[in-house]
Design a protein around this ligand. Sequence first.
Ligand SMILES: Cc1ncc(COP(=O)(O)O)c(C=O)c1O
Length: 399
Amino acid sequence: MLTAERLTRISPSQTIAISTKARALKAAGRDIVSLSAGEPDFDTPENIKQAAIRAIEGGETKYTDVAGTLALRRAIAEKFRRDSGLAYAPEEIIVSTGGKQVIYNAMMATLNVGDEVIIPSPCWVSYPDIVALADGTPVIVPCGQNNGFKLRAEDLEAAITPRTKWFMLNSPNNPTGAAYSAEELRPICDVLLRHPDVWVFTDDIYEKLTYDGFKPATVVEVEPALRDRTVTMNGCSKAYAMTGWRIGFAGAPTTLIKAMDKLQSQSTSNTSSIGQAAAVEALNGPQDSIEVMRGVYRERRDLVVAALNATPGLTCHKPEGAFYVFPGLHGCIGKTSAGGTLIKDDEAFVVALLDEQGVATVHGSAFMYPGHFRISYATGTESLRDACARIKLFCEGMR
Ligand SMILES: Cc1ncc(COP(=O)(O)O)c(C=O)c1O
């Protein structure tokens, strides 16, 4: 056997698998609407692209410091100060190849066999796998739809054991769009204050995408006493439509940043110098493109939530942020689709929906939360209308 034992602990990303299947069906001539990818359909704003072109022409094409250029780490420090009132010095910041590598670095740099990581679910598909790859044990804590898919402080308290090393929080959340306000984070911070050995990882990558005046908050902003054991992660992928540029970053205590830097120095080194120059412009330049994208996402969210709630068998919660909705499909379980598939669970639902109506979505079990499916509304408004009409046809056709 060529492959290592650690690979048996993880599975390939299921969201990527479904997007790949949808692309293959499209290439074979099928009319497919893909609502499975977690990336903005907008192009990267022009000022950011121009900054990258200038960087290439100006020769910014060499290795940088492993943790990122000083210019970018200063821009990130300023972003943390401006948006959340957090004071991180450049030495307390690392830039990595996407937010994903920040999570990977933090887990690989700190977990030992048997260490537990508390992950509220629904959760982003990669969290449990990254933890397992790093020898840790994911402890999944389900959050009820009736609580807006948000973690209750008492459920966090009950999940903490002497082996708990990390608590991971993602707000706004992928796949539900649920976001925590400062008031909602307060009781969670109170639990964490009672457990001084638990570290906190906050994934705020969708921070800029909240709607209806909702103000998201981050843990250290709410409870500065947690700063010395918190990683505040963010990035350019979602807010600035920069998924392909691979820029993620975090602020954390210097000792942890040094450990992550050491690991990164022996894996990828710095992320692309050109992407870093573009990220400086993203963070320091005009922010109005975010407002434009946010306005469009909000309209789409409202359109999708209304359409799904008018569909038999589905119930859809209206989320505060990100670009996902996570409808429940309990009313469809046990029925048979028009194409003859028994909808025994959420996976059967999404497979039949793709086969029969050409709509690609992701089943809730991929996010550790069966009985639901995820729709990404980061796609053209007309395609979304079309997809919602097809989902309705699909559900109406069930017997
Ligand atoms: C919750 C969450 N965290 C992190 C990431 C990773 O972002 P990046 O593309 O910057 O690696 C994603 C991407 O889908 C995400 O949804």
